[in-house]
Design a protein around this ligand. Structure first.
Ligand code: NAP
Length: 491
């Protein structure tokens, strides 16, 4: 199955932090892939910008290495790489001084094309860059700004950061990336919900028992321990990725896929989340931190061995029972769970339907399993709907659960593009549907802040869990108290 590739108009992408980890691992490979597929015109330019001194050729070598390291060999076509390199430039620039800004201005020139400024740098210098782009006359009608998490560490700092970038860029020029939203399966969730009549009538508290959202990593903090230590799982994962996924599951049908129509609906969900504060934090959340254990059969160190602060109580795991106070979702818990050094790397959404109201099969069907929809983001992106059928052959009315399985890798002859591939070009297209609006980010913090304050007020400490397991036993109790169990990627 092939789809027609329509190239986006020629653009200039300026990647501040163009020599950093994000640029190397994600941005350069994603742009190359889109170029190789014919979606980027050769007149486009990608300009790496950072303080380090290098010329265009040295930057091209850096980019070649990035492609070699992060793209499968089969995809590395030498002619395409050479042609892609022609589109790359470098500008040595300092966000915090005037160094390099006239050079950037001269590279960009006067042509009226879409200019995207990607801030692949720490948020502390977002304001410096926005100010200097402005004072050097580099922001025009068709200029766009792309920023990434972390967007603040609480509501006040997120608000301040939004003010800083909003001083020079209009909201419709600002693209806040949450790369989870660029994943194929996440977009498929929209298709599933709103392009099929099947689900909409049952997508509510009358038919859905609960929802689970798990984003589990098997890796630890690796070399990023000291950075991670200032953030923790709730800020690093829940405030953005997990809440965004929750919104897509829970939102009302938007009137169209127009960016604001979709984001208005997500915002309503965030604003309907039942507050969790000092009174309820103990019953509704679990914080954990991994201790030494094993991953893939090898011993791995404890979190505290990977950070400088040996007394740190930063959580590397969090589980939350969230509730949405609307007619649609009254009484339907959304169990959220994320952590590092868990048993396996899996991100999935489980929509657990209620059991049939009356069993007509009697003893023959001791275990009619309630229907379950599994939306798997990684690995093996795909969607599975568990349904109950009669076991074929004689022997009475024996029932069993089978999966209607839509595994993308098996069913479509295309590689699922990395989320960044889609998102980077959506910036050029000016399509903000898969990006977070300012009010969404702030509404998410508004829910997270009292929860974190609740932990502090009640002195809730992290429960230690062995690396390579599914987290603290108290997180299992959190859901089992309600007569439910976590779906641990078993099916
Ligand atoms: P990194 O590897 O430390 O790279 C930082 C980049 O910024 C380097 O190119 C650095 O080059 C440049 N830089 C630093 N100070 C500068 C200044 N004053 N003026 C101009 N350039 C400057 O960081 P990273 O991991 O790529 O992350 C960048 C941002 O993206 C962070 O906010 C991070 O939280 C976010 N993020 C990263 C990832 C990821 O996978 N890495 C994922 C999501 C979000 P020079 O030192 O030569 O200036």
């Amino acid at each position: 199955m092939t789809s027609q590739i329509i190239p986006v108009e020629a653009f200039d992408y300026v990647v501040f932090g163009g020599t950093g980890d994000l640029a190397e691992r994600k941005l350069i490979p994603a742009l190359f892939r889109r170029y190789a597929d014919g979606q980027i015109l050769a007149q486009s330019r990608i300009i790496g910008a950072a303080r380090g001194e290098m010329d265009h050729e040295e930057y091209r070598s850096f980019a070649r290495n990035a492609l070699k390291t992060h793209i499968k060999e089969a995809e590395l076509d030498a002619d395409k790489i050479n042609a892609f390199m022609e589109m790359l430039f470098y500008c040595s620039i300092d966000a915090k001084s005037d160094k390099g800004w006239p050079e950037l201005k001269s590279i960009l020139g006067d042509e009226d094309r879409v200019r995207a400024y990607y801030l692949a740098v720490g948020p502390a210098i977002f304001g410096d860059i926005a100010d200097r782009l402005h004072s050097n006359g580099l922001i025009r009608e068709r200029s766009r700004l792309v920023i990434e998490k972390p967007i603040g560490k609480d509501l006040a700092s997120a608000h301040a950061l939004n003010e800083v970038v909003g001083k020079h860029f209009r909201e419709d020029q600002i693209f806040r990336i949450d790369h989870y939203l660029g994943k194929e399966t996440v977009q498929n969730l929209m298709a599933l919900r709103f392009a099929n009549t099947l689900f909409q009538p049952v997508w509510n508290a009358s038919y859905i028992d609960h929802v689970q959202i798990t984003v589990a990593e098997d890796l630890g903090v690796e070399g990023r321990g000291n950075y991670y230590d200032t953030s923790g799982a709730i800020r690093d994962m829940v405030q953005n990725h997990l809440l965004q996924l929750l919104c897509l599951v829970a939102m009302e049908p938007p009137a169209s896929t127009d960016a604001n129509a979709v984001r208005d609906e997500k915002l309503k969900v965030l604003r309907s989340l039942k507050p969790i504060d000092a009174e309820s934090v103990d019953a509704k959340t679990v914080r954990g931190q991994y201790k030494a254990g094993a991953a893939k059969g090898n011993p791995v160190p404890a979190y505290l061995d990977e950070v400088d602060d040996k007394q740190s109580d930063t959580e590397t795991f969090v589980a939350i029972k969230a509730e949405i106070e609307t007619w649609r979702w009254a009484g339907v818990p959304f169990y959220l769970r994320t952590g590092k050094r868990l048993s396996s790397r899996v991100s999935e959404i489980i929509v657990q339907f209620k059991p049939v109201p009356h069993n007509i099969f009697g003893d023959d069907a001791k275990s009619i399993k309630a229907n379950r929809l599994i939306i798997r983001l990684q690995p093996d992106e795909g969607v599975k709907q568990g349904i109950t059928i009669k076991d074929p052959g004689p022997g009475g009315m024996r029932l069993r659960e089978v999966d209607l399985d839509m595994s993308f890798a098996e069913n479509f002859d295309v590689h699922a593009p990395d989320a960044y591939e889609r998102l980077l070009l959506d910036v050029i297209r000016g399509n903000q549907t898969l990006f977070m609006r300012r009010d969404e980010v702030e509404a998410a913090w508004k829910w997270i802040d009292p929860l974190i304050a609740g932990w502090a007020d009640t002195n809730q400490k992290t429960a230690k869990y062995t690396a390579g397991t599914w987290g603290p036993t108290s997180s299992i109790a959190l859901i089992e108290r309600d007569g439910r169990t976590w779906h641990d990627g078993e099916a």
